[in-house]
Ligand binder design. Structure first.
Ligand code: SF4
Ligand code: SF4
Length: 391
């Protein structure tokens, strides 16, 4: 994505000069800029081997390891990734208490033509006016004239009027050239969402950002392949199953988890969240690596370590709760707070988005939890924890 346009420069040379002229000089404080320069210049292994796949019917050629920006506080890290050729950035207004789009905006300044940007409309926006206002705000915050992929969250649960207004708003924005493609996201209910996209005769949504990892059910894989067969571009998120702290394991399972997901050619890209240069290097160097037996062994150990607290957000336990507590979303919020994310702001925002009756507050006067986890998690303890950490 970088060097072919720069006559007389190979990619590494361009990165060196690019770093000097752009990220280092533009936004980074001197010490941090120096660090970036040193890494970009002195460590050839930092520069990933770029591998691309086509994002379904959008036709966008996307690096298979792309950038999930939700955890990245420094624009310089995103900028370095772009300068190294990573060309798809996923953000959302909700991330980092609203600051994440701003960070991405700083990162892409002067590099907009090198990168595709995906963001989301706010899930609470219901009307055409609200959705258009959302996108206009994102455009302004990102400092761009267009968004490549605008995403809405799980349309299968939306009431009909909201679907109509969402489609009208996005159609208008596409006509105006403010968005190029529309997509959906799903953390749970993955099979239903993917099948709905596959069955949509209008083919309105071109992409699906779906939770998919080595612990996903086989049915999710089947649905991914079905949606991909009709041209839906598939981006995988939560590929590291929550990115839990693995220092006690003595190994990092993160590369293995990414490789596992990318084995399926119907997954266009994964967007692991990357906080810093170490994580950037660890993740992007996976491009082109095969999944091996040793990777499977690492994943087996990782699974064993996280099984006592891993929730796959299947929602089955909610059938046992007479009060409609959204246990899966509460567990997701807890994961943001206490898993590898360590993002209390996102955790609390996710929790606060729930209607009051669906929060753990509804459990206060409940005489004994009748919700049961298919994976054996102690739901009452989780809800107790949620009241302490998230309320
Ligand atoms: S404690 Fe009661 S209200 Fe809370 S999830 Fe369990 S059954 Fe539902
Ligand atoms: S707590 Fe268990 S049953 Fe409930 S959503 Fe999580 S994994 Fe599924």
């Amino acid at each position: 994505m970088i060097s072919p346009t720069k006559k007389g420069m190979n990619r590494r040379t361009f990165i060196k000069t690019g770093m000097a002229g752009t990220a280092a000089a533009l936004i980074a404080p001197p010490a941090f800029a120096d660090t970036l320069m040193q890494i970009a210049v002195s460590d050839p292994d930092t520069i990933p081997k770029l591998v691309y796949r086509t994002l379904g019917r959008t036709g966008l050629k996307v690096t298979v390891v792309s950038f999930g920006a939700m955890l990245t506080p420094e624009p310089e890290v995103i900028r370095l990734a772009i300068e190294q050729g990573v060309n798809y950035i996923n953000t959302a207004r909700k991330y980092m208490g609203g600051k994440n789009e701003e960070t991405v905006g700083k990162a892409v300044k002067g590099l907009r033509d090198k990168v595709f940007i995906a963001t989301k409309v706010l899930s609470e926006s219901r009307t055409k006016t609200e959705i258009i206002r959302d996108v206009e705000t994102s455009l302004k915050t990102l400092g761009t004239d267009y968004i490549d992929v605008i995403q809405v969250h799980d349309p299968t649960g939306m009431e009909k009027q909201k679907i109509v207004e969402t489609r009208e708003a996005l159609t208008q924005l596409k006509k105006q050239g403010k968005v190029r493609f529309c997509g959906v996201t799903t953390h749970q209910n993955e099979v239903a969402v993917l099948n709905a996209l596959a069955d949509d005769l209008d083919q309105f949504f071109d992409t699906c950002l779906v939770k998919y990892n080595f612990k996903s059910e086989k049915a999710v894989l089947v649905a991914i392949n079905r949606a991909a067969a009709v041209g839906v571009g598939i981006i995988a998120m939560k590929t590291q199953v929550g990115g839990y702290d693995t220092t006690g394991l003595g190994i990092s399972p993160h590369q293995a988890a990414l490789k596992w997901v990318l084995q399926n050619p119907n997954i266009t890209a994964a967007i692991p969240g990357m906080r810093d240069l170490k994580e950037l290097k660890e993740n992007t160097s996976v491009m082109g690596m095969p999944f091996k037996y040793a990777d499977q062994r690492r994943l087996d150990r990782y699974a064993e370590a996280i099984d006592p607290f891993y929730c796959n957000f299947c929602g089955i336990c909610e059938l046992g709760c007479p009060r409609g507590v959204e246990i899966s979303t509460i567990n997701r919020a807890l994961m943001y707070a206490e898993g590898g994310y360590r993002d209390l702001s996102l955790a609390r925002t996710t929790y606060a988005d729930l209607p009051k009756h669906a929060t753990a507050a509804a459990c206060m006067d409940c005489e004994g939890c009748t919700a049961h986890c298919v994976n054996g998690l102690d739901i009452a303890a989780k809800l107790d924890r949620a009241r302490t950490v998230l309320a």
